[in-house]
Design a protein around this ligand. Sequence first.
Ligand code: CYC
Length: 161
Amino acid sequence: MQDTISSIINPADEKGNYIDGAELEKLKKYYQSGQLRVKAAAQIGSASDGIITETVAKSLLYGDITCPGGNMYPTRRYAACLRDLTYFLRYATYAMLASDPSILEERVLNGLKETYSSLGVPIEPTIQALQAMKEVVTQRVGSDAGQEMDVYLDRIITGLN
Ligand code: CYC
């Protein structure tokens, strides 16, 4: 896993360079948004159950998907879906704290599309749930921090497409 600091310093070190220009600007933004991101991570962590419940209610609960024949039926699959949404929220929060998507690539998206495809987990409703999660998170943390989280929830959406 990388963060903004290691993703800038490691390549500079390989070349024996100081950091300047656009890279320094990127670091400046990273430090400036630090408090906002840490506060949002605390808010998300303490409200995570509620965020998942609201996300499911907004996107999945009242369709056929929870009925016999749907991928969220029976309870075992429903629970797997809630768990997956919890993974998405937690890892997107880590990535937002690090301001770097590499943890998502390594630990969430690596092989996920293939796993879903082999198990028949439908992509379209999963993406709808992630879209709903973006809205629910933004309501909880406010629009600035919400935008920071959107980057990483969108990255999961792109990775599933
Ligand atoms: C299953 N989700 C799975 C499986 C994996 C993941 C590996 C197969 C193994 C299992 O059932 O536990 C995902 N595992 C992960 C991820 C990580 C990991 C992301 C990284 C930390 O370790 N079904 C729907 C909804 C959607 C859903 C739209 C929820 C958004 O209809 C999810 N995922 C879902 C379901 C299963 C599943 C229902 C079980 C499928 C089955 O066994 O038939």
